[in-house]
Design a protein around this ligand. Structure first.
Ligand SMILES: NC(=O)c1ccc[n+]([C@@H]2O[C@H](COP(=O)([O-])OP(=O)(O)OC[C@H]3O[C@@H](n4cnc5c(N)ncnc54)[C@H](OP(=O)(O)O)[C@@H]3O)[C@@H](O)[C@H]2O)c1
Length: 254
């Protein structure tokens, strides 16, 4: 059985993936934005091993979260699931960064760099990444500006870059479909169960078919993605931006 850490796992797809993995007998550590949400999450996923707290809009709290994860020991898999959608592109964090960029792009970058190397990494992207600006022109160091689509393209680039840097880790991105969570809204047309089964399958790691890396999945099938996701120069541009903003170097190669 595997030990799995999932960000943003007290609600939505994260919570559903956590519950499914616990039911399969895995040890799952949850993550919530604050103690109140942590209590809520433990009540929803009763078999969880623990819950850690951090507001991912804060770089300091996100760094601390990585330390808390490492203090619990090694993990087989990390699912980078937490995300936000309907926020103003102008809303800034206490670090002075766009909220969308901090939570959706920089937090998974920080956690990828600072959490001890797992065997499997799963990044929640979205079909909406196809509307991103593949030139990353919004990633100006002085005044960055990103859309939700841009941030989901960043998740894909991070998965591809991690897969390249750590060839013995399975690192993949997932498009869960448009599903009825708090984020997706009640009218979302896609199947909610199919929205978390791919993450569960990749993180659980027992199926030979899931032992691939640098792929983008939709409903357990490899799917088409923005071709610039494979462009190493675009990946490097994103990584260089994150390194400067966070002052955390990217993964060392093997
Ligand atoms: N739903 C869809 O249709 C859809 C489609 C494509 C991709 N996705 C992706 O799938 C992932 C999960 O989405 P979802 O639909 O499950 O969304 P959700 O229901 O809104 O859940 C998002 C989770 O992230 C947490 N979170 C948000 N901001 C946070 C912060 N600053 N600090 C800590 N935790 C934070 C939320 O905590 P709280 O519960 O406390 O707010 C919640 O647990 C996201 O990455 C999203 O981009 C979703």
């Amino acid at each position: 059985m595997a030990r799995i850490f999932i960000t943003g796992s007290v609600d939505g797809l994260g919570q559903l993936a956590a519950s499914a993995l616990v039911k399969q007998g895995h040890n799952v550590v949850l993550h919530a934005r604050n103690p109140e949400r942590a209590k809520y999450g433990l009540a929803k996923v009763p078999g969880a091993e623990a819950v850690l707290t951090a507001d991912l809009s804060s770089m300091e709290e996100t760094r601390d979260l990585a330390s808390k994860v490492n203090k619990l020991g090694d993990f087989d898999a990390v699912i980078h699931n937490a995300g936000i959608y309907q926020v103003s592109e102008k809303e800034l964090t206490r670090d002075g960064l766009p909220l969308l960029l901090a939570v959706n792009s920089l937090a998974p970058y920080i956690l990828t760099c600072l959490i001890n190397k797992p065997k499997r990494l799963v990044y929640l992207s979205s079909g909406m990444h196809k509307q991103a600006d593949p030139g990353l022109t919004g990633l100006r160091q002085d005044k960055p500006s990103v859309t939700y689509s841009d941030s989901k393209f960043h998740n894909l680039l991070l998965a591809m870059a991690a897969a390249r840097q750590w060839p013995n880790v399975y690192a993949n991105a997932v498009d869960p479909g448009w599903v009825p969570t708090k984020m997706g809204g009640p009218g979302a047309p896609d199947n909610l169960a199919k929205g978390f089964e791919t993450q569960v399958w990749l993180a659980g790691g027992s199926d030979e078919q899931s032992k691939v890396s640098g792929q983008y999945f939709h409903h357990k099938r490899q799917s088409r993605y923005l071709r610039q996701g494979d462009d190493v120069s675009v990946q490097r541009k994103f990584i260089a931006f994150c390194e400067t903003q966070t002052r955390i170097p990217f993964l060392k190669g093997e």
